[in-house]
Structure formats: C-alpha cells, structure tokens
Ligand binder design. Structure first.
Ligand code: BGC
Length: 714
C-alpha cells in the first residue's frame, strides 16, 4: 500500500510535544478527494480545521511490525478551493508510555506518518500528493499524550514556527487496509452529582463507569491551569481513590487561553466514573462537563431482561464492561497501567461478547494479530498485540482456538476458520512439543496462570486451587478437538489431531478417573467432554456446590460452571448461584454499587474496604462471562453446531421460580430470535419467536417448530 508515499518525520526530535504535520493544496475544479494515511502512534487528521472522520484513536492497535492499518477517508465534502491538511501524531500504543514493554516492535521511537492525497478533478485528471519533503511540521498544543499518562495541553500554543521534515527509511510491507471496526465516540453522559469529599476535594460523579474522556467548557484567563484526575470508585470514607491505577497518571493538565473555550482530550482515553477537579478556575457548573464514551463501533445484538432489578443491573454491567474494554482490542481493563489484549480474558468472554454485540469483524482483526504474534514454535503470547515476552499459558493461549471457533459458531462464517486454521494447529503442535509427558500438558517452558482469581485460592495467591496440569490438559484436549472440528468444516485432513485427541482423552481418563476436587475441575471436564460418566461428575459438582453454597471458580472455570449444573438436571442450583446476592456471588458487586463487572468478585469487600490496591480493577469483563449462560440456558437460545450462525436454533429455556420472568432477544445473521418465560399460577408460560426452523426443548419434551411465534404453557 501507499507505494508512492514516504514515511516522514520531523527533522529534529520533538520530545514530549506532539508534532503537527502540514500540507496545503488547492482544489479548484475538484470532483473527489481521498486521503489514505497512517502513523506510528495515534494520529488525528483535520482538513480546514475539521476532523476528516469520526474515527478516533486511529490507526487503532495492531501488531504494528506485521500488520499496520491504513485508513482511507473521503474528503470531498470538506474541501474548499484552498485547503490546509494537518495531522497531529502522538506515541499512542506504538512507542508511548507502553514502550518499555513493547519488545516485539523493533521500531521504537519512530515518529512518522505516511499518506497519499488523491485529487480527482472534473476534467478527468488526477493529482497525487504523497507525503514527502514538501510537507512541514510544527509543535502543537499537545505537550504530552500517552495511553496511561493522559494529556497535557497548552491552549495558548498557536502558530508555532514551521519546520522541515525528513524522509525516513521505515518499511511499508506491513501496511494493510483498515480491518477492524473503527473506534468512535458513543454516549455523552451528564454529571449526576457534584461531591465535596471529606478531604474537601471537588469530585464530579457521572453515575456510570465508562471508557472515554471528559469534555469541558470553561471561561478563563490565559495561563490559568486546570488539573483533572480520574477514578473508578470512592473509598470507604467517600474520598477520591486512585491507588488502583498504579503507575498510570491518567490526568488532564490544561493551560487556558483567554476567554471561553471548549476542550476534549484526544490521543488518549480514561477508565472512570469520577473526576476530581484538582485545579479548576472559578465556579463549578455541572452543565459544563460531559463524559464521552469511546469504543469500537460494534453493534448491539443481544438483550436480556428479567423482573429482578439486581440481575438486570448486572446484565447492564456486563454490557458496559464489554463496551469499555472493546476499544480496538479486547482488553483486560481500561484504566490502570495494563489495558492490554490479555488472551485469556478474551477467550473466557468471547461467547458472551458474541451474543451481546456483533463482534465478527472485531475478532477477525484481533485474531489476525494473534496469528502474527505467534512464535515460530506456535506458542501464543499472553498478550496480543504482544508487548511482553512470556508466552503460552493454558487457557490464555487457547484463545487461538476458542475465539475463532466461537466466532464461527455465532456468525456461521467459515472464513474465520480458514484465516486461523494454521494458527490453531500451531498452538496445539506447540503444546505437543512443550509437554514433558505425552498426551497431557505437564508444565513445560512457561508457568500457567491456573484458575486465575479463583475464589478457592490459598491466602495471598491469585491462582485458584485447581490442579494447573489438569486445567492445561483439559484445554489441550479442547484445542485439539476444535482443530479437528475446524478441519472438518474446511475439508482438511485432521487424522493426526483425531488420534491425538483420542490419546489425550485416554490419558485424562486414566489420570483423573472422573475424580475432581474443585468446581473448576468439574466444570471444565464436563464442558470439554473429558468425563467417563458425565452424569456422575455433574452430580458430584452439584453436591460440592450445595455444600459450599456458592461459586468458587476463577476466570477459567466461570464460563462453564452453570452449564455443568443446568445441562445435567440442576438448573435450580445454577439459578441459585446466578441470583445469589451475598458474597461471594456475581450479584454481590451490584449490591456494592458496581456499574461494571469487577476484576475480583470482592473488589470492594462487605465492610467497604478494598480487596487490594495492586490488582483491583473495577472494569474487567471476565467474571461477566456467565451472561452467555443467561442467553443460552436461562432463556434458552442455544447454538446448534451443525447449523452455525443460527441457521437453525435449539431453544432450551430453563425457568426458575425465583424470577417472575426472563426474556432474551438475539439478532442473528438469520433474523431476530426471541425466547423467554413467565411464571404463572400453575407453571410457566413460554414465548418464542424464531425466524428459522427450531427445536424447542421443554421439560425433556422435544418439539419441531417452523419459523414463527409461539406460546406454550406448562
Ligand atoms: C490482567 C488479567 C490477566 C492476568 C493474567 C492481569 O494483570 O489484568 O486480566 O488475565 O493478569 O494473569
């Protein structure tokens, strides 16, 4: 791409201030104008002072050394006879405050843009203006911008002197057209309350934790300073709390110019519900502030609703945590000094994600990066795009198989399997080569995360008490199975993997003999078809849950726990866990005031104290994975593997007396499916609408349904 263009960079190193590249051109007699552009970092292009698009944080985040997106914008409607194009570049995800860990990108410190302006005139001629030495550059008002650090902006900086640019030798072979969804602004939330904390600080509460930024209007004198800090929660005493952001400074430092002005950060984003007006000139008018929500432009496709407001709020929290963490890559959290594409988290949440929103394109792009970042030995980094060296933890690396398979199941497009098939196989081959014992995955080169944040962890440990080798082998089996399934869809020879799967199953049976000691061990073995007698294992899981009285799973076991109960006749127990409000439970956080899903089930403990200062994000979707159970078992909209993409559907509602009603709606590639139930005096009234032929399972009785709407009372 961009064959005729050059990477251009300022002649001198600007340091923290962000360079603004300039090009002026005339457009007399113009019919159409297109700009193709990208940069090493985050760029913002404006023509005649107006943004060229509503895409923010372009070019997004990919494994830049292998796949660097180029955007194409139609400028026609923005042009005048004489035009000025300016492009501001900040380090962004490329080499900013993440750079110390950005080991995979051999291109640190390159500050450059590349682009082509194509002008098509009414007389049929075309003029191409590539980036070259005719462009100029100046220092802009952004004095610093970083993903973790926020923004420092001096509104007094105008018309800084123009300086020269140089052409730099930087590759173009990694350039690809925009692949993912664009990142855009969405909701704009008003202030809910202005708080004076016990410490006397002025804090604005937006009532909802979001990812995005604060926009404000102010009238001030030139040189007056504004300092704004962000927080997710207030502490037990009601004071502003930022310790859990760790080293991320997440601040807005703004120096005013004279008069009335409006400011909205760019080149960065924040995860917050509260902001502190640490320095603010004059009176505080809540109407002068908005919280702007920013995320990838994914379309909502799934809705769940019940008569229980606590459950409804939890579902809303799952939706918010997905929006807040689907900012170009599926991130663990949007606020502290991580905000990274942790593979395990994405794997755990992908099914719920694919019901809630259309994430086909979003995952297609991210999985392209996963494949690019996979090492030659097939190992998958913990994080994609990779910014750290360690590779290959069970359940994290398995994102390589589980994510493409789920995207195929939900949307029915085998293209994703074709794209990822080599990557899927390479991951399984890596395990086969890494293990010290065949047909199992004993710890090899790298440590495993185990059942991360399992509630059965020993004091002081992040890892639940499930056997890490069992978890690793269970995922080895599942990944091998998915390679076999994907291969069959694609018509490939998978004989080798079929034999491997047989061997893993046999070894698993011999080693564990259906005897499991934690909820996660039970749930995984059931979900991945590893039990000799599933019914007996499910009964043992149910007995364990009854005895404990609550969930004990971590990230790894959570997506499968409720299925391990409801699919074996114990939906009653699954509902008990789902609707439990006391700690430990999913709904506990809602009772504690959560507006997003927390990293820890007890991020804020019953006494109001924090779980820790170190690893305590209040916006981490992993435990929200249970939402997929609500769609597919609670309301009963189940994918049939033989008919991916809901070409046909199995409806398996599991009602509970504990709710008055539950209903789910899902926009599929084949139309809107609705399924729900309502408690009646004598039983339940079921309502379903299906645009495709369906199999309805009600109390062990199977009915074939033609497309249409139905009601059944039982
Ligand atoms: C992240 C997680 C991630 C984990 C891996 C954490 O720091 O926030 O969500 O999966 O590390 O152990």
């Amino acid at each position: 791409m961009l064959e005729r263009a050059n990477w251009i960079s300022p002649i001198r190193d600007f340091g923290d201030p962000c360079p603004v590249f300039h090009k002026s051109f005339s457009a007399l007699g113009l019919r159409r104008a297109t700009l193709e552009i990208t940069g090493t970092g985050i760029y913002e292009a404006r023509i005649n002072g107006l943004p060229v698009s509503d895409y923010v944080l372009a070019p997004g985040w990919t494994s830049y050394y292998a796949r660097h997106q180029v955007q194409s914008y139609d400028l026609t409607r923005l042009l005048a006879d004489y035009n000025h194009l300016e492009v501001t570049l900040s380090p962004g995800w490329f080499h900013g405050d993440m750079k110390v860990r950005h080991k995979e990108t051999p291109t640190d410190h390159t500050t450059a843009i590349i682009g082509t302006l194509t002008l098509e005139f009414a007389d049929g001629t075309t003029s191409i203006l590539p980036t070259d030495e005719s462009w100029t550059v100046s220092e802009g008002p952004i004095r610093f911008a970083g993903i973790y650090g926020g923004i420092v902006y001096d509104a007094r900086v105008e018309d800084a002197p123009m300086e020269g640019v140089k052409i730099i030798d930087y590759p173009k072979s990694q350039l690809i057209p925009q692949e993912g969804e664009i990142i855009r602004e969405h909701e704009s939330l008003p202030v809910q309350a202005v708080i004076t904390t016990p410490k006397g600080e002025t804090v604005l509460d937006f009532g909802q934790e979001i990812t995005g930024y604060l926009a404000f209007q102010v009238t001030a004198h030139a040189g007056e300073e504004i300092l704004i800090n962000h927080a997710e929660v207030l502490d037990r005493d009601g004071n502003f709390y930022t310790e859990n952001y760790r080293s991320a400074k997440t601040r807005i430092e703004y120096t005013c110019r004279e008069g009335e002005q409006f400011f909205k950060p760019s080149h960065t984003f924040f995860g917050f519900r509260y902001v502190r007006l640490t320095k603010w000139p004059g009176e505080v008018d809540p109407a002068a502030f908005r919280a702007i929500v920013v995320h990838s432009d994914i379309r909502r496709t799934g809705w769940l609703e019940s008569d229980n407001p606590v459950l409804n709020r939890w579902i809303e929290n799952v939706i918010w945590s997905q929006k807040d963490n689907f900012l170009d890559v599926p991130t663990d959290c949007p606020q502290r000094d991580e905000r990274l594409g942790w593979t395990g988290d994405a794997q755990v949440f992908v099914k719920a994600a694919s019901y809630n929103f259309d994430v086909a394109r979003f995952f297609k792009k991210w999985l392209g990066d996963l494949a690019a970042d996979q090492k030659r030995d097939g190992s998958v980094p913990w994080i994609v795009p990779n910014i750290s060296t360690p590779n290959a933890s069970a359940a994290w690396g398995d994102a390589a198989t589980i994510c493409p398979w789920q995207i195929y199941l939900t949307y029915g497009d085998s293209e994703i399997l074709a794209q990822q098939f080599d990557s899927m196989k390479a991951w399984v081959d890596f395990i086969t080569a890494d293990t010290t014992l065949p047909a199992t995955w004993t710890s090899g080169k790298y440590p495993h995360f185990g059942d991360w944040l399992g509630l059965d962890a020993a004091e002081g440990s992040y890892k639940g008490s499930s056997d890490p080798t069992l978890i690793a082998t269970a995922f080895y089996a599942q990944s091998t199975r998915l390679v076999v399934k994907a291969g069959r869809v694609l018509g490939r020879d998978v004989g080798e993997y079929e034999a491997l799967l047989e061997a893993i199953l046999e070894t698993f049976h011999q080693t564990y003999a259906d005897s499991f000691k934690t909820q996660t061990e039970h749930a995984l073995s059931l979900a991945f078809g590893l039990c000799m007698n599933p019914q007996a294992v499910a009964a043992s899981l149910a007995a364990m849950v009854e005895e404990t009285g609550h969930m004990t799973t971590g990230f790894v076991g959570t997506p499968y726990l409720l299925y391990g109960l409801s699919r074996y006749g114990r939906a009653d127990l699954a509902w008990e866990l789902m609707l439990r409000e006391d700690y430990p439970s999913w709904l506990f956080s809602v009772k504690q005031g959560a507006t997003t899903i927390w990293e820890h089930i007890d991020g804020i403990k019953p006494d109001g104290s924090f779980w820790s200062a170190d690893m305590n994000s209040f916006n981490h979707y992993s435990f929200g994975a249970a939402a997929d159970w609500l769609y597919s078992e609670g309301a009963g909209i189940t994918i049939m593997e033989e008919f991916p993409g809901f070409e046909r559907v199995r409806l398996t509602p599991h009602p509970t007396e504990k709710l008055g009603y539950l209903k789910a709606k899902l926009e599929t590639r084949h139309g809107l499916i609705e399924s729900g139930w309502e408690k009646t005096a004598t039983g339940f009234l079921y309502r379903v609408t299906t645009p495709v032929s369906a199999i309805l399972m009600l109390q062990d009785c199977e009915t074939e349904l033609a497309p249409g709407s139905y009601e059944f009372e039982m």
